[in-house]
Design a protein around this ligand. Structure first.
Ligand code: CO
Length: 494
């Protein structure tokens, strides 16, 4: 086939795979939002059938041949085609190195690991998860060997979630950050007291109307999206005009629903801003998990926990919850949404202590992957690092080494993307503030369009044109560093 025929075949096939991906996303969304419990078995089979079809499509030798030929001819391709072929070739090359038996074994271990963990965590039963966790780290090591790496086996795992990122870049960066945070945390935590919590009972239906209003103000388009309720908030895309976010409601904790919604809205605003004409191809997809997380945490923290946002938020709160809010002012609200205190649980951590949770996990993953730490010694090593980086020590497994599902469900090398998201986001915000001097006044007045426009222009519209490191350089003219993030924290809290 000539280049034109190959391209036609490539785009037809990509479209088929995009349909399958969206159908699978819809099945998954329904499973978490509406599905009755007894439908679980059949739904699992339906999902597996769809992902099997998708797997056949991408591993079809005809498709591989077309991509290889287009890759060889990439100089004659348009810019858009070059991005698409480059990224598809990358995924394909990795897939070709993984034998089918290995992929099946990994999928089985991940599913078993997740269900074992979900059952064992409430019972604080470490012994129940230890064997499967050992198997998952063995398989992760094997995956790294199969895929190959230049310097460190961890690079091959990191690369799944953050293409192009290596331990040689991320480790010094996060260690430098962690050491600075270690000194800053006690001083900052001293500024907050136990009373800095938003008290009161907040009716669930009323919370829902409130967070819907906030998401809409931020720019979430309800003509191409929905907000529903789940135990764990998430965002998923079901098509170029269909973005679903979820949050949770606790009557004694309004901030949980609010910041869960803002976080997922950030993810959705990114997806809504990707070029729709390229939907289903890399040119129309997000760069990496780190860049995705930079967008969610951008709105949640850099915007949503700023003084100017509190000036806007207090108005909306007075409108929806006049009794509970009473005479609370914007400055007092700022203290309540920013409460800094070392704690055991990552997902509940404030923006200052959060990265310590990540550096701990990265250091442990590195040691587990090279065999320097045995899974049986993991809980002790976990607790020691919590003491070193946060000054607190878990007293059980549930709130220690068993708190996150990632490792148990096969996600090794995933955690650093969260911290990278914080660093990318801070660098973007520094530039956005320089480009938009009016920004604080606009946000204070509840006008988020200028900032969203800036993100659309500088981040969203590019899809996967750039890798994360190149995108950051393209936006800021600088290499990735922790400087903007540390400066931001110092200016905000010290
Ligand atoms: Co997120």
């Amino acid at each position: 086939m000539n280049t034109q025929e190959n391209l036609r075949f490539y785009y037809d096939r990509m479209k088929e795979m995009y349909h399958l991906q969206c159908i699978e996303a819809l099945l998954g969304w329904d499973q978490q939002v509406y599905m009755p419990p007894q439908a679980a078995q059949a739904r699992a089979e339906q999902s597996e059938y769809i992902s099997c079809l998708a797997h056949q499509k991408i591993t079809d030798p005809e498709f591989g041949r077309a991509v290889d030929e287009l890759y060889e001819a990439h100089e004659s391709l348009s810019d858009v085609d070059q991005v698409n072929i480059r990224e598809t070739k990358r995924v394909l090359d990795i897939a070709r190195k993984l034998p089918e038996a290995f992929v099946a074994e990994m999928a089985k271990a991940s599913a078993l690991g997740y269900s074992t963990w979900a059952e064992a965590r409430p019972k604080d039963d470490w012994k129940a998860v230890e064997p499967i966790l050992e198997q998952i780290f063995d398989l992760s090591r094997r995956r790294a060997d199969l895929v190959g790496y230049q310097d460190h086996p961890y690079d091959a795992l990191l690369d799944i979630y953050e293409p192009g990122m290596t331990l040689a870049v991320v480790k010094p960066l996060l260690l430098d950050l962690a050491n600075q945070l270690k000194e800053m945390i006690p001083t900052i935590a001293d500024r907050f007291s136990a009373e800095d919590r938003l008290q009161g009972r907040f009716d669930k239906d009323h919370q829902q109307r409130f967070v819907t209003r906030i998401a809409r103000d931020l720019g979430f388009d309800f003509q191409q999206g929905r907000l529903d309720t789940t135990a764990h908030p998430f965002m998923t895309s079901i098509g170029p005009n269909d973005f679903r976010i979820t949050t949770r409601y606790h009557e004694d904790n309004l901030l949980s629903a609010l910041y869960g919604t803002i976080h997922e809205t950030g993810h959705a605003l990114y997806e809504m801003g990707l070029p729709k004409e390229h939907a289903g191809t890399p040119r129309g997809e997000s760069v990496s998990l780190g860049i995705h997380e930079s967008q969610s945490r951008f709105w949640e923290n850099l915007v949503g926990r700023s003084h100017e946002f509190c000036a806007y938020l207090i108005g909306a709160l007075r409108e929806f919850f006049p009794q509970q809010i009473g005479s609370l002012g914007a400055e007092e609200l700022w203290k309540r949404v920013n409460h800094v205190e070392p704690s055991l649980i990552r997902v509940e951590a404030d923006e200052v202590t959060y990265n310590q949770h990540i550096v701990i996990r990265m250091l442990l993953e590195e040691r587990l992957i090279i065999g320097d730490l045995k899974v049986s010694d993991l809980p002790g090593a976990w607790n020691d690092l919590y003491e070193e980086y946060l000054g607190i020590r878990p007293t059980d497994y549930r709130d220690g080494v068993m708190q996150d599902m990632h490792w148990y469900s096969g996600g090794v090398g995933y955690f650093p993307t969260y911290a990278l998201g914080n660093l990318y986001g801070a660098m973007m915000m520094q530039k956005a503030r320089a480009d938009l001097p009016e920004l604080p006044r606009r946000i204070g007045g509840g006008e988020f369009a200028p900032l969203l426009g800036w993100l659309r222009e500088n981040v969203h519209r590019y899809g996967m044109t750039f890798r994360a490191a190149d995108l950051i350089r393209h936006i800021t003219g600088r290499e990735l560093t922790d400087k903007a993030f540390v400066e931001y924290l110092r200016a905000k809290f010290m």
